[in-house]
Design a protein around this ligand. Structure first.
Ligand SMILES: CC(C)(COP(=O)(O)OP(=O)(O)OC[C@H]1O[C@@H](n2cnc3c(N)ncnc32)[C@H](O)[C@@H]1OP(=O)(O)O)[C@@H](O)C(=O)NCCC(=O)NCCS
Length: 170
């Protein structure tokens, strides 16, 4: 991956590495309503799932501006599951999430991916807008079906997480 100018700021878009794990954890903690997983979980993603994850760093000082985690659905090699999308509050509204998502998808299309799946809580307007905009840009169909009901989160207070499926991408 390479340097990209997202609106007016030079950002490096690249795959994460283990050195990014703790910084990704801090970024996610600064991006409610995302669930903050353990540093170890982000180390695993950076180590074993780096082909389907992406980070954006400011060229100027290497600060972490954005992160997307994903994986190829084990039973369906044509489907990229997007887990968490985070853009630091100071970097929002400049198209960074859309740029990271496009870059990740484009790479995976060349490896045979045709669909994206993700879950989005009903109230997360930003996330819904991001995936709606992606479907619109790419002429893809977006469908929504129930997946993780709030009752599945045990004692935790958590919203439903319905499944969004987008595609087919060419
Ligand atoms: C959601 C989030 C990733 C968006 O990042 P961003 O870099 O500001 O998004 P972009 O500028 O690339 O915007 C992409 C599209 O979503 C829209 N959008 C972004 N945030 C929005 C919001 N809060 N409300 C409504 N629309 C929003 C943009 O207008 C744009 O749509 P358009 O192309 O039709 O104009 C960021 O706000 C964030 O990290 N939020 C907290 C964590 C979260 O909820 N993550 C998503 C769940 S996986």
């Amino acid at each position: 991956m390479d340097t990209d100018t997202v609106r007016d700021e030079a950002l490096i878009l690249r795959r994460p590495c283990a050195n990014d794990g703790a910084r990704i954890h801090a970024l996610i903690a600064a991006c409610p309503p995302l669930d903050t997983n353990t540093v170890y979980a982000y180390l695993l993603l950076a180590q074993y799932f780096q082909d389907t994850c992406i980070v954006a760093c400011r060229q100027e000082d290497d600060d972490l501006a954005g992160f997307i985690s994903g994986f190829i659905v084990p039973q369906r090699a044509d489907t990229l599951f997007i887990w968490q999308v985070a853009v630091h509050p100071s970097q929002r509204g400049r198209g960074l999430a859309a740029t990271m998502l496009d870059r990740l998808l484009q790479e995976q299309i060349s490896r045979g991916v045709r669909f994206i799946e993700t879950t989005v809580s009903p109230d997360n307007q930003g996330s819904r807008a991001l995936f709606n905009a992606l479907a619109r840009r790419r002429g893809a169909v977006l469908s929504e079906t129930p997946m993780f009901d709030r009752s599945l989160f045990g004692g935790q207070s958590h919203e439903d997480e319905p499944l969004l499926r987008l595609g087919p991408f060419q």
